[in-house]
Ligand binder design. Sequence first.
Ligand SMILES: Cc1cc2nc3c(=O)[nH]c(=O)nc-3n(C[C@H](O)[C@H](O)[C@H](O)COP(=O)(O)O)c2cc1C
Length: 314
Amino acid sequence: MHHKLISSPLQGYTDFHFRNAFQKFFGGIDHFYAPYIRFGGKMEIKPIYQRDLKPKNNTALEVIPQVMTCRAEEFIFAAKYVRSLGYTELNWNLGCPYPMVTNKGMGSGLIKDPAKIDRILDQVHSKTDIIVSMKMRMGYEHAREILEVFPVLEKYPIKNIGIHARIGAQLYKGGVDLEGFQRCVDHCGQKLYFNGDITSVAVFEKMTEQFPTIDHWMLGRGLISDPFLPGMIKIKTYHYPENKLEVFSKYLDTLFTSAEQKLTGEKAVIRKMLSYWEYFSSLFPEPPKVVKKIKRAKTYEAYDSAVREILEGF
Ligand SMILES: Cc1cc2nc3c(=O)[nH]c(=O)nc-3n(C[C@H](O)[C@H](O)[C@H](O)COP(=O)(O)O)c2cc1C
């Protein structure tokens, strides 16, 4: 089977700077979901999302925009906006687990309301020609909530349903619920993508054995932590390339330059790099020590020397 790998969006991490840097130095990803567009009360697309989706910022890769909303008007507005930029598909986020989102009936908080999902999809399909895909958890309170949503989704030409195999109430705690995902495979007549905790080639191979009908896999934190992972999965190897230090160093430099372009002040740039290092640290034998070294750096000079020290162990 030919497996497709998809970059799962992480707000604050996988913006166009990240996506372009990743694509330049690594590869293995077939397409990227952009982090969600969210409305702040006004019917307008914030400049940060506009920049992220601008075609000229996304020339080297295939990007699919995402929206997080529980209002048909907002969905339609976002759909028309992304269509005006040339995108044909809009992914709908029913996965976000955070109470400030779910308490408003958005993200994974919407899964328990299939009638509302139906009303929104009906409006979107009658007023736009956007292709809709879904990104969902299996529920907010329990993993069977999604089973009530499948018959609604089947009324529409949903391109695919990416499932992060957890429930919202879990946040990111505990493992992925593979039994729950199997139930989705058994009950859903539409195309499913798997998402959750793919962090190594070995885990990926185990998943493909367990779910032989799935051929699309979404990687979120695993891809940020180990940018070599998608490429290694694609060529079925457990070995890193020989020039891994050189490639990773150049990637770091590119992320750093991007952070410098979008932020003001050494502290803000180093804080941004720290947020990546919290993931990269898993590539090293003692992750907490790596994070501590970056955290201690308050100037560019200190940051550079911390990075040099860390990379000696790569
Ligand atoms: C910091 C952070 C930001 C995220 N932002 C988004 C987002 O914008 N849209 C979305 O659908 N999922 C978002 N997610 C969820 C991830 O895309 C993914 O579904 C989840 O992390 C599970 O996959 P993983 O184990 O491969 O990371 C986010 C997750 C994290 C940790």
